[in-house]
Ligand binder design. Sequence first.
Ligand SMILES: C[S@@+](CC[C@H](N)C(=O)[O-])C[C@H]1O[C@@H](n2cnc3c(N)ncnc32)[C@H](O)[C@@H]1O
Length: 285
Amino acid sequence: MAHETCGSHITRQRGTAIGRPAAVVRRESAMLEPGQMATPPQQIKSSEIAFFDGHAASGAYDVFAPETNARLIDIFVRLSRLPGGARIADLGCGSGVFSNLLRQRGYDVTGVDLSPKLINVAQAKFPGITFLEGDIEQLPFTDASFDGVLLGGVLHHLPDPSRCAAEVARILRPGGSFVAFDPNRMNPFMYLYRDRTSPFYSATGVTKNERPILADDIAATFRAAGFRTGTEFHSGLKYRYTASAAARRLLPLYNLLDDILFRPALMTRYRSFVITHGEKLQERA
Ligand SMILES: C[S@@+](CC[C@H](N)C(=O)[O-])C[C@H]1O[C@@H](n2cnc3c(N)ncnc32)[C@H](O)[C@@H]1O
């Protein structure tokens, strides 16, 4: 994998130590035989790269409608509280859609993705932005070299997000912030269609690594890595594309139901997307 050196803040570095929240480790340990040690699950990089390289070739991988992309960027600006000119790493940038929207808001953006072909697509579409092939769990940046991080739909591709949380903490300056969005396992549609334990699970259009997230687990993981965290739940984020042709026909109905059913405050925790955000605390003594 090629890791370019591009600007003084970018070098090749190994990932840092991992702090896994006790609640998550307890849940995993409960499934072990007596005496067996809990091994954190690993992302299968080859599956991830093959899947997203395939999408780059098909040219059909910007999943959200343009108004939803704009809404997600508004959420990033509001929750990160970072001014124009701030240095932002868009981690898991895919074809660079969000990197470009962040740049349009005046940020100094660098995109990183595991898929070399998506990085090529992004670089060809947006030549004014630096895009690097790289792994979120082992980022090619020096410590404290960014003010903000966007994790756009990528945490749920990491069976153990604690390595990524440690890397985000490492590359952010103290007081820097991250914003992440991911599908919510507590949402009935996301659970039924996209969780492996559901009888209606569909493996079409998803990688072996991904699973909708539990908001409290993700927040705990980032707190353990040294962040003050917050969580929001959003619905009405409209999909433009899904890999299954049958599901594509149902998209307008899904988009409508997702928008209407989860509006009442009572339904907040069941909305389809979890937004996790956090501010890196000052270094611990
Ligand atoms: C669901 S896509 C989201 C792409 C883009 N952020 C968006 O929202 O349109 C997830 C992206 O994360 C990338 N990805 C998955 N695992 C990664 C890793 N370990 N390091 C870097 N990128 C990764 C994939 O290649 C893919 O482009």
